[in-house]
Write a protein that binds this ligand. Structure first.
Ligand SMILES: [Zn+2]
Length: 74
């Protein structure tokens, strides 16, 4: 697992869409790699915030995904 792979799977990880093996690899990487760990903490908070808003406003899932993808590109 490298940083790029970790970031690619971050949302799947947050959504618990990964297999236990991949999930384990990500958890390991987040522990070993402070920058990714920090990003994960941020994404987790952000996703929670976004979900609360989307629930209120009924934003489509693909819009949410696009916002998240743009943030990841920064
Ligand atoms: Zn990393």
């Amino acid at each position: 697992m490298n940083c790029r792979e970790c970031k690619e799977h971050l949302y799947e990880y947050l959504d618990r869409e990964l297999t236990p093996a991949v999930e384990q690899e990500i958890r390991q990487h987040l522990t070993d790699c402070p920058p990714c760990g920090e990003q994960f903490d941020f994404e987790k908070l952000f996703l929670g915030f976004l979900r609360a808003r989307c629930r209120a406003q009924g934003a489509p899932a693909d819009l949410k995904r696009r916002i998240l993808d743009e943030l990841l590109d920064e």
